[in-house]
Design a protein around this ligand. Structure first.
Ligand code: ADP
Length: 499
């Protein structure tokens, strides 16, 4: 672990070092105290021990951060004057710095979230670096169009794509640095400035990343971090001088944000929950489908908005599928998330673990059968056995509500019509997976499923180039790909009279 501000705020790992100072906010290129001096603790989900002391930003602190972001966005500021080649280099440098510090950042992510270091180091952190590389490529390719106009006689018309301004970005605790990268990389590529509010459970990698922005040559004020609870996020949404809010989190908070943002007509994009159907036809490679289904629901302890949490299986493939998924789920052992061999980590908090366990009870009361799991593991840390519920019908709460934990609800179906109807019978529409060897069936279903992402014979993959987002209560706006360039720019039409 390097001698950094991050090292300073780590309590548990570095007790022998100088007394760690309370967490800071990152405003205008500096780590500063919150005005109130208030702090709160974060906890290591693997042990329940206090991990770090973090600053609680209030509305005044948020205002300071927004003012810094506004000043950094002003005409003539170093950021606005920076040409696109230099901005590309800043983003590439950020990616390089994430890679150069990957070991330390992965460790921070695992300590904060409880996810296995295998996942942090092989997925979260490298994918965050790749996201900056991907958007570094976009910086020099953000263009308007020349458009022939039919009115006004001789005219020359074209469009410009301009940065929106100050973007408030509010992210959740399940993939902290990756969610940061999905929001920060395109926003910077387009020339915006940012106030980021990480989740209160997992602020460490965002604070470490803040240091890297300075090393990468991002001017002070362009990227700011305000740590705190939902109230800090709400203050950011309330702020009159924030032009856009990008949010990933729960449906209820998303609705709240939409209501508040309507007062100032801020642009908003919302990536909310999911209850994604994973539809397995009997004509598929069932063994492979079952293996992937495990990853689809148990990766990251099931704490994924895209989790394939409703597994639909066609009658005649049911027994084979259940035997593979159940026996493999039984073999998954939880362990110290910092151990490289661990594949199943801890859930984020005791409160969340209890909520997930409560869903298992709800399922049982509704008539579901626990084929494996359903219990907490040990008493230290927040570990839970991978759980498979069978005998579920799509109207049960365990099939309709987002559990956000390692619980798969398995539902039988008879034919494609039933699969299609029940898959869409959900308030959510984030993702879906289809397993079949029949390409007509696969594409027909892909077309009729109301979800932002449909996987065919795979599950849970995303790519920086491919738009990601939801239908229905899963939100709106598309992140990643070119879609995020649209999300972080305004279009201006310019009309020149040549008569
Ligand atoms: P989760 O249930 O996954 O914690 P939340 O929607 O509560 O989802 O939290 C996601 C992010 O939104 C976190 O950073 C949290 O602090 C923030 N947040 C929570 N409530 C609000 C709110 N009312 N306004 C803005 N941000 C909020």
């Amino acid at each position: 672990m390097s001698e950094t501000a991050t090292a300073n705020i780590l309590v548990e790992l570095l007790p022998q070092k100088a007394k760690p100072k309370a967490g800071k906010l990152f405003i205008n290129g500096e780590f500063v105290d919150s005005a109130s001096g208030k702090v709160f603790n974060t906890y290591n989900p693997a042990t329940g021990a206090i991990l770090a002391s973090i600053a609680e930003a209030d509305a005044g602190d948020v205002d300071r951060a927004v003012k810094a972001a506004r000043a950094a966005f002003a005409e003539g500021s170093p950021w606005r004057k920076m040409n696109s080649s230099d901005r590309t280099r800043c983003l590439l440098k950020l990616a390089d710095l994430i890679r150069a510090n990957a070991e330390e950042i992965s460790e921070l992510e695992t300590l904060d979230t409880g996810k296995p270091i295998f996942e942090s180091s092989k997925f979260d952190i490298p994918q965050a670096a790749e996201c900056f590389e991907y958007y570094a490529g976009w910086v020099t390719k953000i263009t308007g169009e020349t458009i022939p106009v039919s009115k006004g006689g001789d005219a020359f018309a074209y469009t410009l794509r301009e940065p929106i301004g100050v973007c408030g970005q509010i992210i959740p605790w399940n993939f902290p640095l990756q969610m940061l990268s999905w929001k920060v990389a395109p926003a910077l590529a387009c020339g915006n400035t940012i106030v980021l509010k990480p989740a209160e459970q997992t602020p460490l990698t965002a604070l470490r990343f803040a240091e890297l922005t300075l090393e990468a040559g991002i001017p002070p004020g362009v990227f700011n971090v305000v740590t705190g609870s939902g109230a800090t996020g709400a203050a950011l949404v309330e702020h009159e001088d924030v032009d856009k809010i990008a949010f990933t989190g729960s449906v209820e908070t998303g609705k709240d944000i939409m209501r508040t943002a309507s007062k100032s007509l801020k642009r908003i994009s919302l990536e909310l929950g999911g209850k994604s159907p994973n539809i397995v036809f009997a004509d598929s490679d069932i063994e492979t489908a079952a293996k992937y289904a495990l990853g689809g629901i148990f990766f990251n302890q099931g704490e994924m908005c895209t989790a394939g949490s409703r597994i639909f299986i066609e009658e005649s493939g049911y027994d084979q599928f259940m035997s593979v998924i159940t026996s493999r789920a039984q073999k998954m052992v939880a362990g110290d998330p910092l151990h490289p061999k661990t594949r199943l980590g801890a859930l984020i908090s005791e409160e969340h673990l209890n909520s997930v366990l409560n869903y298992v009870d709800i399922g049982k009361k509704e008539g579901a059968i626990v084929t494996t799991g359903g219990e907490r593991i040990g008493t230290k840390g927040y570990f839970m056995k991978p759980t498979v519920l069978e005998g579920v019908t799509n109207n049960m709460r365990v099939a309709q509500e987002e559990i956000f934990g390692p619980v798969a609800s398995v539902i039988r179906f008879k034919d494609i019509e039933e699969a299609m109807r029940e898959a869409n019978n959900s308030q959510f529409g984030l993702a879906a997976a289809i397993w079949t060897r029949d390409i007509k069936k696969a594409h027909k279903l892909a077309r009729s499923i109301k979800a932002g992402t449909v996987w065919i014979n795979t599950i849970s993959t995303t790519d920086n180039a491919l738009p990601f987002g939801g239908f229905k209560s899963s939100g709106f706006g598309r992140e990643l790909g070119k879609a995020a360039i649209d999300l972080y720019t305004e279009t201006k039409s310019v009309w020149v009279d040549l008569n």
